[in-house]
Design a protein around this ligand. Structure first.
Ligand SMILES: Cc1ncc(COP(=O)(O)O)c(C=O)c1O
Length: 343
């Protein structure tokens, strides 16, 4: 039973069908394919942003790194949560693509930056004069690494701090669809209407083979992004296969249905875990990622039963786990896991 990550899941049949259909005949290369025209139109419609620039890449890491490199100079600072993916899990790619800019870590409970802490970090950086990195951008993650979700008001509160200091805002939306279905917000409300300038719009974790979009609301940045993507080695020549995945993913609202299912399976797991007296939750469950804690010895028992997830140690004779439900998790998978946990 696989709860390691939503990227341990396969690709949705509709996405595979779109890729197979795109395989017929010839298509223009490097993003000039007709599927890309369709994907761009779909994303502009979804974001209610007819002027938005849309580019596809194959990993969330490069989507984040290229997006940030557009907005932060080498002597700049990107303010992000202390456990943000860009700081803990991208091997320095953002710093590399920004040519040495620094990530400044901001604390906050349950994966969300505290707006007051963000304000203090920006003010401190501003006061460092020529000796310190200069405030460059703010990066927010939704769904967060703690599995929690920023409401529109939460994004807007952080973006307001950034804006008050003239800083642009990036949103890491590797699980953007899960955040939208959790809040009921529209893509526009969660991004540009709340003060976001550039979005990494995830596809891979939620049913694609490997595609993420970078959505840029400022047309002035477009040519620079194209050059940075090519120079960084991330302009695919047989681009139609990226485009086709995105088209299949977005057609008829599939992306939202898949995310709603993943979140529902997360909620089913959470309900089952809540009935077990010895299990506590480290973070509130708001989407498809759960962090339960249980008695020592449970990992070994679950592993022997065939459960796959990320185990972590925890203080005071406890063990911690990260469980992720995906678009392909079934109710039977969840019930099996809960039964194995009950022993
Ligand atoms: C929040 C977040 N951002 C970005 C990424 C990066 O995705 P990739 O592994 O495709 O580079 C991930 C993947 O785990 C993620 O969880």
């Amino acid at each position: 039973m696989w709860f390691t990550s939503d990227n341990a899941s396969g690709a949705a049949p509709e996405v595979m069908a779109a890729v197979t259909a795109a395989n017929a005949g010839y298509a223009r290369s490097y993003g000039a394919d007709a599927f890309m025209d369709r994907a761009r139109d779909q994303i502009r419609e979804i974001f209610e942003a007819p002027e938005a620039a849309v580019y596809l890449v194959a990993t969330g890491t490069v989507a984040n790194a290229l997006a940030l490199s557009l907005y932060c100079p080498p002597w700049g600072a990107v303010f992000c949560h202390q456990h943000a993916h860009i700081t803990e899990d991208e091997c320095g790619a953002p710093e590399f693509y920004m040519h040495g800019a620094k990530l400044v870590l901001v604390h906050g409970a349950h994966g969300r930056m505290d707006p007051a802490a963000l304000e203090a970090a920006i003010v401190k950086a501003k006061g460092s004069g020529v000796h310190g990195v200069q405030p460059g951008a703010v990066s927010i993650t939704n769904v967060t690494e703690a599995g929690t979700v920023h409401s529109v008001a939460g994004v807007a509160a952080l973006a307001a701090v950034a804006r008050a200091h003239g800083l642009p805002v990036h949103l890491d939306g590797a699980r953007f669809a899960n955040a939208l279905v959790a809040t009921g917000a529209t893509a526009a409300e969660m991004t540009w209407k709340a003060g976001v300038d550039v979005v990494s719009f995830g596809g891979t974790k939620n049913g694609c083979m490997g595609v993420e979009a970078v959505v840029i609301f400022d047309p002035a940045k477009v040519w620079e992004f194209e050059l940075r993507r090519k120079r960084g080695g991330h302009l695919f020549s047989k681009h139609r296969f990226l485009s086709a995945q995105m088209v299949g993913y977005l057609e008829d609202g599939l992306w939202l249905r898949l995310a709603a299912h993943a979140n529902a399976m997360g909620a089913r797991l959470a309900r089952g875990l809540a009935q077990m007296p010895d299990v506590t939750m480290v973070h509130p469950v708001e989407a498809n990622i759960l962090f339960p804690e249980w008695a020592t010895g449970t990992h070994a028992r679950l592993e022997a039963a065939g459960a796959a997830y990320y185990p972590f140690p925890a203080p005071m004779g406890r063990e911690r786990a990260r469980l992720v439900a995906s678009w392909s998790t079934t109710e039977a998978d969840v019930d099996w896991f809960l039964a194995a946990l009950r022993g």
